[in-house]
Design a binder for this molecule. Structure first.
Ligand code: ADP
Ligand code: ADP
Length: 216
């Protein structure tokens, strides 16, 4: 589904990614682990097209993503790629439901379609009764589940998550991890998850370990 080949990235003299190759299959859950500074976040950002590599290619659905025009790539990203971060980054002045729906309005989907999909995701994520609340009145676990629904509203092929449970207690972290597997089973998304959580890393279909800019 996604093929990254020979990805290199430097910041000044710091060679952060040294020729990374990685393939992700449809509906696969992959964890990326490794010590701080190994290049995990940098790789995740490049796989998610938030950042460009200095060298290398990224193919998804038969398209060569780093050869696309930036407008075309932005549209492709909003449609095909979801993101979940350690801190949920929800917009504080909007309700949970509005936060979830925003990427779909940007995509130009019909209100009826958006309503239906948001309702379906809220049900799967157990946040139906929380949709009218603003983020500040939701618990940490609920906020992160809203962020997951927002990442999935456009039915992306793949979701990239950077320490998604890094800000949650053990119980909420475990609940979130189980939801990734439920969502994969119900909706077929792939998940690529950078994590320091050993339980989550071990649950994944495949654990990818990075060290000094390479995959071991
Ligand atoms: P990890 O996620 O494995 O902790 P990162 O990908 O965040 O690793 O960072 C790898 C290295 O690249 C680190 O030394 C980090 O300081 C450096 N780095 C990351 N992003 C930037 C940036 N935008 N500018 C300069 N250095 C960066
Ligand atoms: P992580 O918790 O995944 O290791 P970091 O704290 O390393 O993440 O990085 C957070 C953000 O800061 C990333 O977007 C990364 O690109 C950027 N960053 C990391 N290190 C540097 C740096 N030395 N200079 C500039 N930006 C950096």
């Amino acid at each position: 589904m996604l093929i990254a080949s020979d990805i290199h990235k430097s910041y000044g003299n710091l060679h952060v990614l040294k020729g990374v190759n990685l393939e992700i299959s449809a509906s696969e859950i992959v964890s990326i682990v490794g010590s701080s500074g190994a290049g995990k976040s940098t790789l995740l950002h490049i796989l998610g097209t938030l950042d460009q590599p200095d060298q290398g290619s990224l193919q998804m659905g038969g398209k060569d993503l780093f050869n696309m025009k930036s407008e075309e790539l932005a549209k492709f990203r909003n449609e095909q790629i979801g993101f979940i971060f350690q801190f949920h980054n929800l917009l504080p002045e909007f309700t949970a439901l509005e936060n979830i729906q925003i990427p779909a309005f940007i995509q130009g989907k019909s209100p009826a379609q958006i309503q239906k999909k948001a309702g379906e995701l809220a049900e799967l994520l157990g946040i139906t009764s929380r949709l009218d609340h603003k983020p500040s009145s939701l618990s940490g676990g609920e906020q992160q589940r809203v962020a997951v629904a927002r990442a999935l509203i456009n039915s992306p092929q793949v979701v990239f998550a950077d320490e998604p449970s890094g800000n949650l207690d053990t119980q909420n972290a475990r609940a979130l991890h189980e939801l990734f597997f439920t969502l994969r089973k119900e909706l077929g998304h792939s998940f690529v998850i950078v994590t320091h959580n050993e339980e989550l890393a071990a649950m994944a279909d495949r654990k990818v370990e990075m060290k000094d800019g390479n995959i071991l």
